[in-house]
Design a protein around this ligand. Sequence first.
Ligand code: SIN
Length: 534
Amino acid sequence: MKITSNFLVIGSGIAGLSYALKVAEHGTVAVITKREISETATNLAQGGIASVFSADDSFDSHLRDTMVAGAFLSHEETVRMVVENGPKAIQDLIDWGVNFTKNDDETYDLTREGGHSQRRILHSKDLTGKEIERALVEAVRKHPNITIYEHHIAIDLITESKVTHRRIRPNRCLGAYVLDIAGEEVITFGARVTVLATGGAGKVYLYTCNPDVATGDGVAMAYRAGATIANMEFMQFHPTTLFHPHAKSFLISEAVRGEGAILRRRDGTAFMDQYHELKDLGPRDIVARAIDNEMKVHGDDCVFLDITHREADYIRDRFPNIYKTCLSYGIDMTTEPIPVVPAAHYLCGGIQVDKWGESDVRNLFAIGETSCTGLHGANRLASNSLLEGVVFAARSARRSLERLEEPPSLTPFPAIQPWDPGSATDSDEEVVVAHNWHEIRLCMWNYVGIVRSNKRLVRALRRIQMIQEEITDYYWNFYITSDLIELRNIATVAELIIRCALERHESRGLHYTIDYPETDDAHWKRDTIIQKAF
Ligand code: SIN
């Protein structure tokens, strides 16, 4: 089966849906998503979206905080462009129906998070992402030009090189092969413009606060299609996820620290003053590393986040979701500290794109967490990611319309062959898939985590490459399933993270290695670039 549209959007978080709404006035849009439309990282975002909204704040201040958090690896021009487009992007969200929390005087309530020198985070209580996703889903469902394909997972991009069996530079994207999970059929989606908005890759680690869909599909597919990938060593670990055997790494928003919470050891001693002048509101990499160190030095399983000095009514009203969730695990955050540990949270690297969100494979765009725009550098400033998603969606939409208007006679699209299943048969060994999933995640957590060393990275690479050989064998011999597609993708992403980490001979931002503990601006103030050899 073949489906053709002007725009193919893979992913249904803030970036994908806001892009779809922007281009839908000009053509047909197919949005494909692996599960239900709202099963996205956006939907789980608690803290909010950063933008300059108060008279005390300025674009220069937002820019400075972003550069400092990013350990000066962020591209200053990109940062300026994003922060200056912030208020307009927020207005777009409001126009699509997003309700941000307001004060009694009808101004927007602005909260603070680590690394921000001002209150500049718009939020909807502690369920900001859910509110954004709700409004965007309602808007796309109403649009006559947008068709949503739930439970459809992309397998691979279709490029001109692949279709013509020739090495074409620049290569061009023609769409994607997509598995209809329920129908067990591979569909060819052809499109003039393909947009990867597939989110992050937290599932590559054993402990993550990401949803199950975060398997780095966009990065893995783009890499296989020959796109340049950058800065994969910069995986952000969120300092505070709930430590509880049944909680599956539930996030305790940084906004809790923004509203005064203090990190303490088991004996009640506050410790962040020993690590950063901003104490509990220091940049995330420093807070996560401090917690990791405290746990190792004191032999503890977790540290504690204490906001009990704030009024109980205030806590319940400001953090209704966190309060309720903690209580469901027997922890009353109004009277006792919350046990917390770090977990994989956000991928700062990804598919390298230009200022319009286009990759070096023509007609292939990447927006949101799957992209590397230059905004985050070596460490993302809290609440800059939702902002990046909407700003780059709007810019990619503008450039996509130019691509759509290019006369087809100048750039004829070659015919696409349907998916060829070869001689694949049903697998009788699905345990192999489950086992490899677990092995990759455990290996990444133990060897490629918050503190790294060359020895552990090399060991991890060897393990991942062995697993990849097994996956390749499996991939060519058995019918494709969504588990197998995701496994192949997390293995690729794991390999890319390790290779980038091995390449960077310094410590910067989120990448800390005991072999090169210093930052080396003279040699390493640059992105780590990686491309598939053909
Ligand atoms: C949080 O609420 O702490 C997460 C916000 C973010 O990662 O930007």
